[in-house]
Structures are given as C-alpha cells and as structure tokens.
Design a protein around this ligand. Structure first.
Ligand SMILES: *[C@@H]1O[C@H](CO)[C@@H](O)[C@H](O)[C@H]1NC(C)=O
Ligand SMILES: *[C@@H]1O[C@H](CO)[C@@H](O)[C@H](O)[C@H]1NC(C)=O
Ligand SMILES: *[C@@H]1O[C@H](CO)[C@@H](O)[C@H](O)[C@H]1NC(C)=O
Ligand SMILES: *[C@@H]1O[C@H](CO)[C@@H](O)[C@H](O)[C@H]1NC(C)=O
Length: 275
C-alpha cells in the first residue's frame, strides 16, 4: 500500500496516519518536485526521531519502501532536508480489516435477552461494534420489513455484549453485529427465537434442614433466581435430586414449589442435594 504525499510545501508539519493491511509492502512517497529545475535535494528519512530505519527498508528516489512491514515497523516516520528541517511526517500503524464476529444469545428471563460476540481476527486496531436487531412478529406479518429495527444496547461495563429489552416471548429477532475499524467493517447475522433461548439462572438460597423428631426427613427450600421476574404466567419448574453421598443413584422430585420434604433420608449418612 502506498500513500502519495501531496506537494511538499503543503505537507510540512502535517501528520498523517497511514493504515495498511499487514503483509503488504508499504511505501511512503515524498514527491520530488522541489528545488530548482532538475535538482533534487537530499532528503533524509527518520524513524521515531532516529536515522536507523527498519531492517529491509530502502530509500528510492525519495520513497521509503518497507517490503516486510510488521508491527515492529510501526511508528513515526519523518522526512528532513539536508539542514535537518522537518519536511513532513506521518504515523504508520498496521492492522487488518475486521473478520466476521461470532455471536451467541441467551436469556435468563422472559423480558430481556443478551447477545455476546467475539471477533474472529486480531486486527490490532481500535474497533467498535454496531449492534442492531430486526424484530419479526409471531403473526408472520412481513408487510413492513423495515419497521421494528432497534438497537441492541451496549453497556460499557460489559464489553462485547448487548441487551434487547422488553423482548417479546413469542417474537423472533434477526441480530446484526457489525465490527468496524478504520480499514473496514464486517457483519454477522443471527436469528434468535426468544422462547428457544431462555434458560433460567439456577435457584438461589438453597437450604437443607432437619425436621425435628423425624430422623428420616429433611426440609429442602430455595428461592427463585433473582433474574426471574415473578409473575403468574411464567412459573418455573424445579427438579430436586438427592442421594446419600456413598450411593450413586439419585432420587428425583419435580415440583413448582420452592420447598420440598425428603422423607426417605438415611440416618447417619451425608446427603447430596441439588435443585
Ligand atoms: C400486517 O401489518 C399491516 C401494517 O402494520 C396491517 O395493515 C395488516 O392488517 C397486518 N396484516 C395481518 C394479517 O396482521
Ligand atoms: C429488563 O431490562 C430492563 C431495562 O434495562 C430492566 O429495567 C429490567 O429490570 C430487566 N428485567 C429483568 C427481569 O432483568
Ligand atoms: C448490519 O448492520 C450494518 C451496520 O449498521 C449495516 O451496514 C448492514 O447493512 C446490516 N446488514 C443487514 C443485512 O441488515
Ligand atoms: C406446595 O407446597 C404447599 C405447602 O408447602 C403444599 O400445600 C402444596 O401441595 C405444594 N404444591 C405442590 C404442587 O407440590
């Protein structure tokens, strides 16, 4: 990738950021249209203020060529005239265009869902993400496809994730995560059906207590996960399983309650209880 500098006088003390894809020959050109007709001044290139240039680099008619530009060749390149006067300078930074990000989404309740992504290419460049969705109604009414586009909201405290709030339990969403850097952008789409991705968080506050004067009974109680809003239409089912620790098979009880009494505990043995 080559960057043609504008005429010399106009670029004195101007700093240009040159971005190039790595593994591409980089050449930085100083145009030679200065001085008297037919006379070329001798310009000197510096790298980060020193006359030592990256290995492999060569200067050809005012052009600095870096045939194997690598991250170690990044830095400030400047061109000086014979008296040391700065003619021009630019910062070289190398990176890659974004790759396709990978996305996954999950919901720990029926009101909101979150999507998470990872970039597939290390770009070495400042990157931002644009996260949007298109909502499809359950009715399958596709007559207005451009409506219902929304922003999946990014919270700086949780990078590489975004949240769709007030999502509809029966709705489907087409998520669009676009990775953007100074060299370009790349987006990935993912279709998400809300009710298919809901996975409640585990129950909280699990307690196991003896039942007074009933040596074979244990009272097990727990609470709804705090991320699950308790409303009548969306109750959770729980599966309680337990066994004496020295046994290998579980006893299993399914319930919609938040407590259960085990009636067949074995005296003198430690039990494992899981909800
Ligand atoms: C689809 O949506 C349009 C505009 O929102 C509405 O006029 C139409 O009645 C809807 N059709 C059905 C089948 O729901
Ligand atoms: C869903 O998101 C809204 C807005 O951020 C928030 O007020 C609400 O508490 C969230 N619901 C749950 C169950 O976390
Ligand atoms: C995804 O989002 C990006 C950035 O907003 C946009 O340029 C692109 O067209 C979108 N792709 C689709 C298929 O909607
Ligand atoms: C839930 O627990 C209550 C009291 O703890 C009990 O009366 C009720 O039968 C239990 N319901 C189910 C479905 O187990």
């Amino acid at each position: 990738m080559a960057l043609q500098m504008p005429s010399l006088l106009s670029c004195v003390s101007r700093v240009v950021v040159l971005l190039a894809a790595v593994l591409v020959t980089t050449s930085i050109t100083m145009s030679g249209e200065w001085g008297e007709e037919g006379v070329m001044s001798i310009a000197e290139w510096q790298w980060n203020g020193a006359t030592v240039l990256p290995e492999d680099s060569r200067v050809q008619q005012g052009q600095l060529i870096l045939p194997h530009a690598e991250h170690s060749s990044e830095g400030l390149y400047s061109c000086h005239d014979a008296s040391g006067l700065l003619l021009s300078s630019m910062t070289l930074r190398l990176g890659r265009v974004p790759g396709l990000p990978s996305i996954s989404c999950r919901a720990s309740n029926y009101e909101n869902f979150s999507c998470f992504w990872a970039s597939s290419v290390e770009t070495f460049l400042p990157t931002k993400y644009i996260t949007t969705y298109r909502k499809k109604q359950q009715s399958g009414n596709e007559s207005s496809p451009t409506s219902n586009v929304g922003l999946c909201i990014q919270d700086p405290a949780h990078p590489l994730s975004c949240t769709v709030t007030k999502s509809g339990f029966w709705s489907s969403y087409r998520m669009n995560v676009t990775e953007v850097n100074p060299l370009g952008s790349s987006f990935r789409l993912l279709d998400v059906t809300m009710h298919a991705i809901i996975k409640p968080d585990p129950p909280e506050g699990l307690r196991v207590e003896p039942v007074p004067s009933s040596p074979r009974r244990l009272r097990v109680s727990w609470e709804y996960p705090s991320s699950w809003p308790k409303k009548p239409h969306f109750e959770l089912q729980f599966r309680l399983q337990y066994r004496p620790i020295i046994y290998s098979s579980w006893s299993v009880v399914e319930t919609a309650n938040v407590s259960e009494v085990i009636t067949d505990a074995v005296m003198g043995l430690v039990h494992v209880v899981q909800v």
